[in-house]
Design a protein around this ligand. Structure first.
Ligand code: AMP
Length: 270
């Protein structure tokens, strides 16, 4: 399939992606609701679109309820109707960090006997938007607006030291995450505000009123917030040991990403 736009900032299309996508696999999977769905190939690799295309979106878009067989994808529920011309779209910061991958492993080992079916998140990211449904003919201008709003901004560093447990709005899934340190909140918030403005222009849902920027790195089914918080101290001390004296890790944010259907767009910061 041809790329829709070809910005300097880079755009790529992935022909091999799976049928649906979700926050934990945002950067590798696509949800091109405008295309017929390919056959599910890998068990366990399929995400839950309920969290991606939350049920509240069904009221404001052409997406309708459609439940499939949860057993086919690690118990996660898919809840949307495939509608030609509607593309799942989201804006995020892709995170590549070996240090974080190591910490992911540490946490997974610590929790292995406590939580069944704990999954690692392969495509680590910081969300700057919800997943919205964009009509195919609007993608070009939407991406152009993002480019104009984001590319003039300076790159910056952020740090992380605090763990936090999140659930999706339906409380069907729980995420273990590193929360962006308070001192860097404003920088990310400014980016999110730019994205929010564009969402408003396109009559799409804005990000959370009370945003909490984070990198989810493990997830499990159900609402396990209370349970995980009971083990929080143990988890935190394992993380601190792995992090060493600084008890923090940092990332340089150099670009913002957007995925629309199976198209990837990258906006370089200055
Ligand atoms: P993410 O790692 O960005 O995919 O987010 C994981 C989950 O955190 C999503 O399902 C969000 O719905 C959830 N979440 C809950 N509260 C918030 C919040 N205040 N800000 C951002 N995400 C949130």
């Amino acid at each position: 399939m041809m790329a829709l736009v070809n910005y300097d900032s880079s755009c790529s299309s992935d022909e091999t992606i799976d049928e649906i996508d979700c926050p934990e696999n945002r950067t590798s999977l696509a949800n091109n609701l405008g295309e017929p769905l390919p056959k599910i190939t890998k068990k366990g690799s399929l995400p839950g679109a309920l969290s991606l295309l939350g049920t509240e979106r069904a009221t404001s878009t052409t997406i309708n309820e459609h439940h499939d067989n949860p057993a086919e994808h690690a118990g996660r529920i898919r809840s949307f109707k495939h509608e030609r011309g509607n593309w799942a779209t989201y804006v995020y910061i892709a995170v590549r960090s070996e240090q974080l991958e190591d910490l992911q492993e540490v946490c997974q080992q610590v929790l292995a006997n406590l939580v069944n079916d704990l999954h690692t998140i392969k495509d680590l990211h910081i969300s700057l938007s919800r997943t919205v449904v964009l009509q195919y003919h609007l993608i070009d201008s939407f991406v152009e607006s993002l480019k104009n709003a984001l590319e003039l901004r300076d790159r910056f560093s952020i740090s992380f030291r605090n763990l936090h447990i999140y659930t999706n709005e339906e409380r069907t899934r729980t995420f273990i995450a590193f929360k962006v340190d308070e001192m860097h909140f404003d920088k990310i918030h400014q980016l999110m505000s730019k994205v929010n403005g564009i969402m408003t222009d396109y009559k799409l849902q804005r990000f959370y009123e009370d945003p909490s920027f984070h990198i989810s790195f493990l997830w499990c089914l159900g609402d396990k917030v209370a349970f995980l918080n009971e083990h929080f101290t143990m988890l935190k001390s394992s993380i601190n040991i792995a992090l060493g004296e600084s008890e923090t890790f940092s990332l340089l944010i150099q670009e913002i990403n957007c995925k629309s259907g199976n198209k990837d767009f990258t906006f370089k910061l200055k």
